[in-house]
Design a protein around this ligand. Structure first.
Ligand SMILES: Nc1ncnc2c1ncn2[C@@H]1O[C@H](COP(=O)(O)OP(=O)(O)OP(=O)(O)O)[C@@H](O)[C@H]1O
Length: 243
């Protein structure tokens, strides 16, 4: 991502406030990145740009050297896939939802992988024929992650994906994704407000603040006590946002 900027638009579609400017970052090898920052800094917007679900005002994104504007967005999203905080279930059963991705992208449905992922996330008690809309918020969130993982992307863009999960279920998600990174060489950028989770799941931290993105190696970032980091980066006092 090079020199990427984004403004919020008003109802007339005119830029009303600069959200972030000139963000330049590069991922050159499989990485585990935690993306943190106070509410409203633009973390979700940044993830959505990276999935080509939104467009920057300026700057460019490249994947394997190829510019986003020269790439079929559908093809791009099979490589760099976004998982939303609010899981949206499509009409039909759980299995219909899991199959949707392969139907949309014209790929084979990997039933074995689907069953393994359901088990790893503690969802194997669910009847695949159950209506997805009847699932709980936490079940939907995990089904949505599995649906995306069935695409077998190389980069996962994860937007607070454990926000509605109990501690044990969240840990299963963390184990699945850290295992996926180490075994299959996938990268993720994971938005979280939970600094302890950020420490568990990342080697590198991206902090959004003051309209910019600041990159830190995990070990040096977390050498500062988490409550101090939280004060500075997650719940900054009024008017004291780090620039
Ligand atoms: N489509 C949109 N139209 C207008 N404003 C938007 C739109 N999308 C996001 N915003 C605004 O942009 C700002 C950044 O939103 P974003 O969701 O990216 O922040 P965030 O850092 O992920 O916040 P949080 O941690 O609360 O999820 C917010 O002020 C939000 O209201």
């Amino acid at each position: 991502m090079r020199n990427v900027s984004k403004s919020i638009r008003d109802q007339e579609g005119q830029p009303s406030k600069r959200l972030f400017s000139n963000i330049t970052v590069e991922i050159t090898r499989p990485e585990r990145i935690a993306l943190i920052g106070a509410s409203g800094q633009g973390k979700s917007t940044l993830l959505r740009l990276m999935a080509l679900l939104d467009a920057p005002d300026d700057g460019e994104l490249r994947l394997d050297g190829k510019a986003s504007r020269e790439t079929d967005p559908r093809q791009w999203r099979m490589e760099a896939a976004y998982v939303a905080q609010q899981a949206v279930m499509l009409p039909g059963s759980i299995e219909d939802n899991l199959r949707t991705v392969s139907v949309l992208h014209g790929t084979l449905y990997n039933q074995e992988l689907a069953a393994r992922l359901m088990e790893q996330l503690g969802l194997d008690y669910l009847d695949p024929g159950k209506q997805a809309s009847d699932c709980s918020g936490g079940e939907k969130q995990r089904i949505s992650l599995i649906r995306t993982m069935l695409l077998q992307p190389r980069i996962l863009l994860l937007d607070e994906i454990t926000a509605s999960l109990d501690v044990n279920s969240a840990r299963r998600v963390e184990e699945l994704l850290t295992g996926w990174h180490s075994e299959e060489g996938g990268s993720y950028i994971w938005v979280t407000h939970d600094l302890e989770q950020a420490q568990r799941i990342s080697d590198k931290v991206w902090v959004m603040s003051g309209g910019g993105l600041h990159e830190y190696p995990g070990e040096s970032f977390f050498s500062v006590p988490i409550d101090m980091l939280a004060k500075q980066y997650i719940q900054p006092a009024e008017g004291s946002l780090p620039q």
